[in-house]
Design a protein around this ligand. Structure first.
Ligand code: GDP
Ligand code: IMO
Ligand code: MG
Length: 444
């Protein structure tokens, strides 16, 4: 039995998609366990080469889809925009990919058009969070308020109409409050029926599929969205998403016993990026030479919204916090090549408070933001860095021994920073030095 969760160890966009695409080659099932189309999981492989820009950003479809033999399941813990997933299916089929192996849990919440509109209007008011405006927060709010609609409802017209009427009652009241256009029940109901017709064959009870794979000891991957630093409970609240990207929720969102998860792979970008608001101590301003290097060489623009990502050095304080919360067993370091050519590289190992005291433990959000009026809710704490010599080139490396010694030392230090909790001792396992499938290797 091998059940592996692949989760973001930082603030999202670590390269989860590329790691899942790689590992899915040897897996029977891949299950996306939370989040919605706020995700942008970029894949570069032989299939995506047929697209105009050579890559595909998946938003809801699990990143195992490029392996026709692998069952790909959108799990119960997700929030699915029906039009969004239909668009994604069409785009994949247009490059000749079969999506017959894609299944959607009938229990998955739906993101409906009013959710996106509510997200935009809520963002427009004070206390802006910098969301993707995909309606994720409003959809999960409805789930918890128990007025959400689920994919299975698309197959039960009478029930669908009753539920839609109740949900719209709330949504329209809030839209009116914002002075926004409201939704007509009949129009949206007709639209839902059309989505239902197109999606019905894929909307199933996914548990028997998962149970069968589990009973037969087949390898299963659980694919997370975003990263723990935006987790609704442990992330930089309120600048976070509305679900839990941590592997504990992987079991819940997929429908597996919690003890079944054997490995938790941390996807760690070799530096840090953030898209959206919130405190980020090791942030480098765009006008710094390294900040500019990271964004331009790393292509750090959001795969979903196109927004420029905020870039900075690797945050070892946040990574240690993340290691504990996720219980990592393995580290997959991505984008090492982006640091190629820098004279020196740094790791943030502490946050200096205005009092001079240095924090080495990740604190609650407001302790990171003594200046609450700062634009983008940035942190004004001073990062404490360790500095290491850089290296020339890692792109051609396909084994640990082929990496420059200085790069090895940097990676070993990252591993060390995660091994501070006694029984939680992840080890360096995968190193990625380029976006293509073959540009990564496993450390034996
Ligand atoms: P995800 O949301 O965690 O799947 O990550 P994204 O797809 O949003 O962002 C990761 C970006 O980095 C994508 O453009 C990937 O193609 C790219 N990428 C992934 N791994 C590497 C790598 O090792 N080197 C380089 N240069 N790019 C990479
Ligand atoms: P992947 O899976 C990076 C950020 C948004 C915002 C916050 C809340 O590709 O790593 P939301 O729309 O979820 O309510 O926005 O979370 N965010 C992401 N940042 N990668 C993502 O997904 C993200 N999904 C949401 O920018 O700050
Ligand atoms: Mg992404």
């Amino acid at each position: 039995m091998s059940i592996t969760a692949i989760v973001g160890a930082q603030w999202g966009d670590e390269g989860k998609g590329r790691i899942v695409d790689y590992l899915a080659q040897l897996s029977k099932v891949v299950i996306r366990f939370q989040g919605g189309d706020n995700a942008g999981h970029t894949i570069v492989n032989e299939y995506t080469q047929k697209t105009p820009n050579g890559k595909v950003a998946l938003h809801l479809v699990p990143s195992g889809i490029f392996n026709p033999e692998t069952l790909c399941i959108v799990g119960t813990g997700c929030a699915v925009n029906p039009q969004g997933i239909l668009n994604e299916i069409k785009a994949l089929e247009a490059i000749g990919l079969s999506t017959k192996n894609l299944w959607l849990s009938e229990r998955t919440q739906m993101v409906l058009p009013y959710h996106g509109l509510l997200d935009s209007h809520r963002e427009g008011t004070a206390g802006q969070l910098g969301t993707t405006k995909r309606g994720i927060g409003p959809a999960y709010t409805d789930k918890m308020a128990r007025r959400g609609l689920r994919l299975g409802d698309l197959k039960r017209p009478t029930w669908l109409k009753t539920r839609l009427e109740q949900a719209l009652d709330f949504a329209n009241r809030e839209l009116s409050y914002f002075g926004a256009p409201t939704f007509e029940l009949e129009t949206l109901y007709e639209q839902c029926l059309k989505w239902g017709e197109e999606l019905a064959p894929r909307i199933v009870d996914t548990l028997p599929l998962i149970q069968q794979a589990f009973q037969q000891d087949q390898p299963i991957l659980l694919e997370g969205q975003l990263g723990v630093m935006r987790d609704i409970d442990w992330g930089i609240y309120p600048y976070c998403t509305s679900s839990n990207p941590t592997p504990g929720f992987g079991a819940i969102g997929a429908g597996l016993p919690v003890w079944a998860i054997e490995r938790v792979v941390a996807v760690v970008k070799a530096y840090t990026t953030i898209v959206g608001h919130g405190p980020f101590v090791s942030e480098l301003m765009q006008d710094s030479a390294v900040g500019h290097h990271l964004r331009e060489v790393g292509g750090e623009y959001g795969a979903t919204t196109g927004r420029p990502r905020r870039c900075g050095w690797l945050d070892g304080v946040a990574l240690a916090y993340s290691t504990w919360l996720n219980g990592f067993t393995d580290l997959a370091i991505t984008k090492l090549d982006v640091l190629d050519g820098l004279a020196e590289v740094k790791i943030c190992v502490g946050y200096r408070l205005p009092s001079g005291e240095v924090l080495t433990r990740f604190p609650d959000t407001l302790d990171l933001m003594p200046d609450l009026n700062h634009p983008d809710k940035r942190s004004t704490l001073e990062p404490v860095y360790e500095t290491y010599p850089g290296w020339a080139d890692t792109k051609a490396a396909r084994a640990w021994g082929e990496l420059p010694e200085t790069a090895q030392r940097y990676l070993k230090r990252i591993e060390e920073l995660t091994q501070v909790f006694g029984r939680v001792k992840p080890r360096l396992r995968y190193i990625s030095v380029g976006a293509e499938r073959h540009q990564m290797f496993e450390i034996g």
